[in-house]
Design a protein around this ligand. Structure first.
Ligand SMILES: Nc1nc2c(c(=O)[nH]1)N[C@H]1C(S)=C(S)[C@@H](COP(=O)(O)O)O[C@H]1N2
Ligand SMILES: [Mo]
Length: 385
């Protein structure tokens, strides 16, 4: 079983925030920050909400998501990525040193599980019951996937690039976790094979020694411990492509399409929908009468956040929040808002983000069987006394 003692240490750092003027909220919220295992086998850990008060999520508190239980500690001495496939002109192998010899690229990007907030679906849907913390934002450094593919050369018919990682199921019956992305997405300058996260080697549970970074697209494509990258001329099939990670066709306002995988009724999930989260005050917190320094983060699939608006009257009127530092179009964008309660008592404040192509959060949940893309406007209720 995996334990995550460092998370407990990190939670200590989170608690120290109380001394820095940020209200942590109730004792229950503080207790929850110690560890949030959603399951142990496979290991699934959620990031406590306090860590989203800054745009960069620390490695020690970063969420963890696995589908398979057998996650080997990769030995870098023997580990390599094999690049090839019937859609490539040849085959090549890359060790970690080989990757580091390619031109390095760096960017800040949100890794968000498609099922983030699934646990908030009403009616309930089966699957890992995530709350708000199946996501994180880090500065990733690595080689461009396109540079690896250039070493072998792609046939013009190559329509998808397929990834496999070192993890596997405990029995042969568990389908191996294999994912593909369209070639056009694979060769974008921002799609990386990353070996560093926030200036450090990738933590074991976040994909050491190297993982895919597919900025703007949900975490499912961000293959960890990647060992194989294959170009194919036919759509990849298999459980994780044909059955899992699909959304009903046409229900969500997404621009990026994965046409080689579309059916008459559904399509693979692709880009992250625009969203935001209020991080302070915490839901249920007690705050002193007077101006309340509110804050949070907003993000989207890479178009960039244009505005975050806040409402304290149930959505009748909205006022602009102030956006924080811009760490790039794929990053969390912090926002702040000075809320002046008119009277003591319970206050509910909502936040709504809009991106640069005019997409905004929904007020009603767009229901779908797998519980993806929950971007209903978030609110917190706190007590002013
Ligand atoms: N090898 C491997 N890579 C994987 C997965 C997995 O199960 N195995 N899960 C994917 C999913 S669904 C998500 S949301 C992200 C989570 O990344 P993290 O664990 O670093 O937070 O990893 C992706 N990459
Ligand atoms: Mo995920």
């Amino acid at each position: 079983m995996f334990t995550r003692r460092h998370l407990i240490k990190a939670a200590g750092a989170g608690l120290a925030l109380t001394g820095s003027g940020l209200e942590l909220g109730s004792a229950r919220a503080a207790g929850a920050a110690i560890d949030l295992p959603v399951s142990y086998r496979p290991p699934n850990y959620e990031t406590p909400i306090e860590y989203f008060r800054t745009a960069i999520t620390p490695n020690d508190a970063f969420f963890v998501r696995y589908h398979l239980s057998n996650i080997p500690e990769v030995d870098v001495k023997t580990w390599k990525i094999v690049v090839g496939g019937e859609g490539a002109n040849g085959q090549a192998e890359f060790t970690l040193d080989d990757l580091k010899r390619l031109p390095a690229a760096e960017l800040v990007a949100v890794n968000l599980c498609s099922g983030n907030r699934r646990g908030l679906f009403q009616p309930h849907v089966p699957g890992v019951q995530w709350s708000n913390g199946a996501m994180g934002c880090a500065r990733w450094k690595g080689a461009r996937l396109k540079d690896l593919l250039d070493k072998v050369g792609l046939k013009k018919e190559a329509i998808e690039i397929v990834f496999d990682g070192a993890d596997s199921g405990v029995t042969d019956k568990t389908p191996d976790f294999i994912k593909s992305i369209p070639t056009w997405k694979a060769i974008e300058d921002t799609t990386l094979v990353a070996y560093e996260m926030n200036g450090a080697p990738l933590p074991h549970l976040n994909g050491f020694p190297a993982r895919l970074i597919v900025p703007g697209w949900t975490g499912v494509y961000w293959m960890k411990h990647v060992t194989s990258i294959s170009a194919v001329t036919r759509p990849e099939s298999g459980f994780w492509m044909n059955t899992a990670y699909r959304i009903p066709l046409g229900r969500f306002p997404v621009v990026a399409r994965f046409t080689s995988q579309e059916t008459a009724v559904n399509t693979p999930i692709t880009e992250i929908v625009v969203n935001s989260l209020i991080t302070n005050p915490a839901d249920g917190a007690n705050v002193k009468m007077g101006p309340v320094a509110m804050g949070g983060i907003a993000w989207d699939g890479g178009y960039g956040i244009n505005t975050v608006e806040v409402s304290s009257d149930g959505g009748k009127t909205w006022l602009a929040a102030t956006l924080g530092e811009d760490l790039g179009r794929f990053a969390f964008r912090t926002f702040s808002y000075n809320f002046a309660p008119k009277a003591p008592g319970k206050q509910t404040v909502m936040a709504r983000a809009t991106n640069k192509i005019g997409q905004s959060q929904t007020t009603e949940l767009i229901h779908n069987p797998a519980g993806y893309h929950h971007n209903v406007v978030h609110s917190v209720t706190f007590n002013v006394a």
